[in-house]
Design a protein around this ligand. Structure first.
Ligand SMILES: *Cc1c(COP(=O)(O)O)cnc(C)c1O
Length: 367
């Protein structure tokens, strides 16, 4: 069986450096806010082309802390609105709620599955303070269009980069394309830790300072609390692991692109829609989505052919039990994506034979 994602295999491929890094941290006696986090923050800021990187506990916290920092800075008030794609992973939406703000769901473009810039303007009210593009599946959202709308209305752009580490748009990395970027280092992401982790990137020094303070109990100086903060820190072990893995991120993303292009050129089944790629650098293929009307049938068929797939995501956020206040919305593109999406296995450690098997299995599906 070709597994959807062989995480152990991925991490094995970083040995012995990974174990050496872990041993180094154990031996150091420093586990929180030490030299490994400082080093990784510098490396990741440089990688993203940002002056600041703040390691935090996870991706959801990274997003929430950015928004809470804007509230502390007086840029956003309780109940202000943030426009977010309706088809995102629910974390993007939950971060807005957690910061005391109101998520306003925007339909995506069918072709890119990213927020549709043409639909943003009609959602803007006098309470709108930010747009939160999500680079879903690893593909950069249309930042040029989003940027010009944001500029016109004086809105912040907060990038959800949790699926797009390393993707490049006009020569710049995600995380540096808006006012702030949020990353998750959940183990299965393109840059994954051995547990939870996250980061905020920004060129805004005041925002960076406020996020850092909020994430550490609202404290800059030990036992002096400026704000009612939280505890959300990247730890030394995860930072050491991430430094090892960051060194190979570009190469791994390149391999993901190669496999994606093999799929796109190899999959010829008329029942299946594959992603359209305009600019390959703008995509790091965290997920390789295909769209098919008889999704459950294809998924079962692929299992019989020895190919495991996943669905990202089976239930749209506005259809979740957790979000009854959005249940009345009609979002046909979002709903179609959630109805037809199926994710093929795609990872830098896949063999040529596995890639061929996946293509042949999809092509032999008769519906
Ligand atoms: C993974 C993910 C998050 C949340 O990251 P965690 O580290 O799990 O909190 C947020 N947004 C998107 C789009 C994600 O894929």
């Amino acid at each position: 069986m070709i597994k959807y994602f062989n995480l152990k295999g991925i991490n094995d491929s970083f040995e012995p450096q990974l174990s050496e890094a872990v041993q180094r941290v154990i031996a150091s006696g420093i586990y929180i806010l030490g030299p490994e986090v400082e080093k990784f923050e510098k490396e990741f800021a440089h990688y993203c082309g940002c002056s600041n990187c703040i390691g935090v506990g996870n991706g959801l916290d990274a997003l929430t802390l950015i928004l809470r920092a804007y509230r502390k800075m007086g840029i956003m008030q309780k109940g202000d609105e943030v426009i977010v794609p309706a088809n995102t992973y629910i974390a993007s939406i939950l971060s807005i709620v957690a910061a005391g703000l109101k998520p306003v769901l925007c339909e995506p473009q069918w072709e890119s599955c990213n927020i549709d810039p043409d639909r943003i303007e009609s959602l803007i009210t006098d309470r709108t303070k930010a747009i939160m593009p999500v680079h879903l599946y690893g593909r950069v959202a249309d930042i040029t269009e989003i940027g010009s709308i944001a500029k016109r209305y004086g809105l912040k752009i907060i990038e959800d980069c949790a699926q797009a580490h390393g993707a490049i748009y006009n020569g710049k990395r995600v995380g540096s394309l808006g006012d702030a970027g949020a990353f998750s280092f959940y183990p299965a992401k393109n840059l994954g830790a051995l547990g939870d982790g996250g980061a905020v990137t920004t060129n805004d020094d005041t925002l960076a300072d406020t996020v850092r303070t909020l994430a550490n109990y609202g404290s800059k100086k030990k036992y002096e609390n400026l704000f009612k903060g939280v505890n959300s820190r990247l730890d030394e072990l995860q930072a050491a692991v991430l430094s090892v893995k960051l060194a190979r991120l570009d190469k791994d993303n390149e391999r993901r692109r190669e496999i994606a292009m093999r799929y796109i050129s190899g999959i010829s089944n008329k029942l299946v829609v594959t992603p359209r790629v305009d600019n390959i650098k703008q995509h790091v293929f965290h997920i390789f989505p295909i769209f098919v009307q008889e999704r459950e049938k294809l998924q079962q068929y692929l299992i019989e052919q020895g190919v495991e797939t996943l669905i990202h995501y089976p239930i749209a956020p506005h259809k979740q039990q957790a979000m009854p206040e959005y249940a009345h919305l009609s979002l046909p593109i979002t709903e179609r994506i959630h109805r037809e999406e199926l994710s093929l296995p795609l990872a830098p450690n896949m063999s040529e034979k596995e890639i061929t098997t996946v293509i042949e299995a999809v092509n032999s599906f008769k519906g």
